[in-house]
Design a protein around this ligand. Structure first.
Ligand code: NAD
Ligand code: MG
Length: 399
């Protein structure tokens, strides 16, 4: 909902110090007088959070790491800005009455605060895909019950959202999300297996947080996005295709029954989909570079390779399995990525750990429909424990 007249729109940014948070704050900075920032949150970077809180004269700032509370209080002393710490403070930030909220915490930690915003009927720009992968149906249900409006901030889903407006829902036959293919697009399976952290962190087109950059290299990110698309737009797995497009200019395409395909294009700059969410249903002027197709010259496309990038296959399988499998997929991937960053496992072991966790979870008879967010959180915790327990044997095993 937009405020009447010219009063500033109140906004909250969860994960304000991250890559998406930074792009969001940049857009808010461009039109300072149009927005009142209600709350900002961060995990542990007190200095960056306090700087933003002061700059935007926010009402509330929350730091997720409880050990940093004293530092935050000190950094905001004399400003009159209220502050809190811990998971509950991040949820409190989300529950405060802002019209528009950016959900850009990374990982499943974003679920509870996003639910708090959904319950109070906020307009939510959703960047945190893990919360949909972890509890997709439940999250969408809670958003509907709470009267919330979910706007996809992820570039591919934002593209689909824009393209979907060209036809009716019953005329939709397929959606296609593109993938850059990441830094290992042309690498052999053997080289991918041995890839180092430094190599995985070199994304060819997008500048993003560490977790999603690794996920892009493994194509787990695209797997998460397939699941995200299924829940966001209520699609069957068969209606979702992935297309490798190394230039990252075409972000998403929608095919209708007459075989028309409508796509959204733009330079690879997250401020474009975020600006779309911030302005919606209107358009706002954005600071991003204009798309110059003549300069780019060529747009190329390839089919994805499910063998060299097994994460993509596992995502489709988990989506088809349902009953908590996507929650397990996400949890195991978070554990695997953290282990890879800590140099405990090889790059190739990320997908192996996810597959082993999914298999063991099913063998243990743990697949069951998720009836509540607490169920999803319990599955998330259980799957993390299982993945952590399987980690040593996966780490020890060569490919
Ligand atoms: P990032 O790591 O740069 O930032 C994450 C933010 O969340 C930071 O502010 C951090 O302090 C906060 N945070 C991390 N753990 C937290 C916790 N446990 N509790 C509370 N806050 C915590 O990540 P990012 O690249 O900005 O991505 C954020 C989300 O947006 C992810 O879900 C990602 O998949 C999604 N996304 C990112 C991009 C991108 O271009 N970066 C694109 C599409 C979607
Ligand atoms: Mg994306």
């Amino acid at each position: 909902m937009k405020p009447a007249g010219n009063s500033p729109r109140s906004v909250t940014v969860l994960g304000a110090t991250g890559s998406i948070g930074d792009s969001t704050m940049d857009l808010l900075r461009q039109a300072r007088d149009r927005y009142q920032v209600e709350a900002l949150t961060a995990h542990s970077n007190v200095e960056a959070l306090a700087r933003l809180a002061r700059e935007f004269d926010v009402r509330f700032a929350a730091i997720a790491d409880p050990d940093r509370f004293d530092d935050l209080k000190q950094a905001l002393a004399g400003t009159g800005i209220a502050c809190g710490a811990g998971e509950s403070a991040v949820v409190e930030a989300a529950a405060r009455p802002a019209d528009w909220l950016m959900a850009a915490v990374s990982g499943a930690a974003g679920l509870k605060p996003a639910l708090a915003a959904a319950d109070r009927g906020a307009t939510i720009a959703l960047a945190n895909k893990e919360c949909l992968v972890c509890a997709g149906d439940l999250f969408m249900q809670r958003a509907m019950q709470g009267g919330a409006c979910i706007l996809p901030a992820d570039s591919e889903h934002n593209a689909l959202f824009q393209a979907l407006g060209s036809g009716n829902r019953d005329e939709l036959t397929r959606v296609i999300i593109t993938a850059s293919g990441g830094p290992f697009r042309t690498w052999s399976a053997t080289d991918i297996e041995q890839a180092t952290l430094e190599q995985a962190l070199k994304h060819p087109n997008w500048s993003m947080g560490q977790k999603i950059t690794i996920d892009s290299a493994s194509m787990m990110n695209k797997g998460l996005e397939v699941i995200e698309a299924a829940y966001l737009f209520a699609l069957d797995p068969d209606q979702i295709d992935v297309l490798v497009h190394p230039q990252s200019i075409v972000h998403g395409l929608v095919e209708f029954s007459d075989r028309s395909v409508v796509a959204q294009l733009g330079t690879p700059d997250m401020r474009i989909p975020i600006a779309h969410c911030l302005g919606w249903p209107d358009r706002i002027a954005g600071p991003s570079e204009r798309l110059d197709l003549a300069k780019i010259g060529q747009l190329t496309f390839e089919a994805p390779d499910f063998e060299r990038f097994p994460g993509l296959r596992l995502a489709f399988e988990a989506l088809r399995t349902g009953r908590g499998a996507t929650t397990v997929f996400n949890a195991a991937n978070e554990i695997a990525v953290a282990a890879f960053i800590a140099r405990k496992i090889r790059f190739g072991a990320i997908a192996r750990l996810v597959e082993a966790t999914l298999d063991q979870w099913a063998r243990d008879g743990n697949l069951a429909p998720l009836d509540s967010a607490d169920d999803a959180i319990a599955v998330d915790h259980g799957a993390r424990k299982l993945a952590a327990a399987l980690l040593p044997q996966i780490a020890a095993k060569a490919s």
